[in-house]
Design a protein. Structure first.
Length: 372
């Protein structure tokens, strides 16, 4: 039986979260039935070397012609389509976060099936028509939360709901690495609230700051760890804000790290304070990883997060409200470590039941098979 060749496309592996999700899926496919390939625009990103070592064939070239002028775009699409034919996939699965539709034209000119994963809640404004075109060209659309169906595709028969999954074994609670405490200027006696994110304005980190600072003096043993790349403009503003608040000994930045699990092992509570604006969330992997690690998880009541915490409504707070978040934090700051560990076990059970990488892979395999 001929294997189905699936070509996964992604701009780069600079933002490792999306890249890791793609690689986990590609590696998880049944090797007796599927042959994965990966195509990206460049070798940019630290995670690219990991992808190369995976054993999956990786192709690097510009597969996204510019949308204007139209005649030049169509000619470019034809040229790129010949390169796609050389790879000869049966399905091209796009992990591009944007509304770009020229990739779809390329794949259709190559005579192949094309699907994409809708990774965020972007849709309106200047990109609305592009999203409509991207969706029209698609043979299937993988959506990651229930709001996507309700808001974007209420009558479409193309959509399949597949939330993100995680390797529950990889993120299970383990003995913490003491070197991380030293690196984060934290003692064994101190307790840790953690946020793992790509630090961009929509993540609402300043809301977490406000909530934490309001109660920090009442709970002097608690520290806030911010794990992620803060080298951009927003990250620099956050660091400046911490200095202005005289909180440098309480709010600690890790910088960009690849070993997120090592930081989670030390924490008791995880918060994702994403705002209810812009691209919001699709199905945030960072929250699932924290759940798998047995953290007490708190998130803003927005798309994606609402789905993941649907069985824990008391762990949702009003988006943008530092006051509401403060009240949530107070409850779990007052708990003993043992109480938070016990509560965290419920999140491990939840993610094991509904968000394992195994389930995500099986659902994708079903979509691929349905195209033939």
């Amino acid at each position: 039986m001929k294997k189905i060749c699936v070509l996964f496309t992604i701009p780069n592996f600079d933002t490792a979260g999306s890249g890791k999700a793609l690689l986990n899926l590609a590696l998880g496919l049944d090797s007796n039935r599927f042959e994965p390939h990966i195509l990206c625009l460049s070798k940019k990103g630290e995670f690219f070397s990991t992808v190369q070592k995976s054993g999956i064939p990786v192709h690097v070239f510009n597969y996204l012609p510019k949308e204007r002028p139209v005649l030049k775009m169509l000619y470019s699409c034809y040229k790129v389509a010949q390169k796609i034919k050389d790879i000869n996939p049966d399905i091209v699965h796009s992990f591009h976060y944007s509304s770009n539709y020229t990739e779809a034209i390329v794949v259709k000119l190559a005579g192949k099936k094309w699907i994409f994963t809708k990774k965020n809640m972007s849709w309106g404004g200047s990109s609305k028509n592009s999203w409509k075109l991207r969706s029209w060209f698609a043979d299937k659309i993988i959506i990651q939360n229930t709001d996507m169906k309700r808001e974007f595709y209420p009558t479409s028969t193309k959509t399949v709901l597949i939330p993100r999954g995680v390797d529950t074994k990889k993120f299970e609670p383990k003995m913490p690495n003491a070197e991380i405490l030293k690196f984060m200027n934290t003692s064994k006696e101190e307790r840790i609230l953690i946020c793992v994110a790509n630090f961009v304005p929509v993540k609402g980190i300043e809301i977490l700051f406000e909530a934490f600072c309001q109660i920090s003096s009442l709970f002097p043993k608690w520290k806030l760890w911010l794990v992620g790349d803060h080298s951009n403009e927003y990250g620099k503003k956050l660091k400046k804000k911490v200095i202005e608040l005289f909180m440098t000994d309480k709010i600690i930045f890790s910088g960009k790290v690849n070993n997120v699990n090592d930081y989670l092992q030390h924490a008791e509570i995880f918060v994702l304070p994403t705002k209810d604006e812009g691209r919001k969330e699709g199905s945030p992997v960072a929250m699932l990883e924290a759940m798998a690690n047995g953290k007490v998880v708190i998130g803003s009541a927005i798309s994606g997060i609402k789905d993941q915490l649907q069985n824990f409504p008391n762990h949702l707070f009003q988006p943008g409200s530092s006051q509401d978040l403060k009240h949530k934090l107070e409850v779990y700051f007052e708990n003993s470590k043992e109480e938070n560990v016990h509560l965290g076990k419920q999140f491990i059970d939840e993610v094991s039941l509904y968000y394992s990488i195994k389930d995500e892979v099986i659902k994708h395999e079903s979509v691929y098979l349905s195209l033939f």
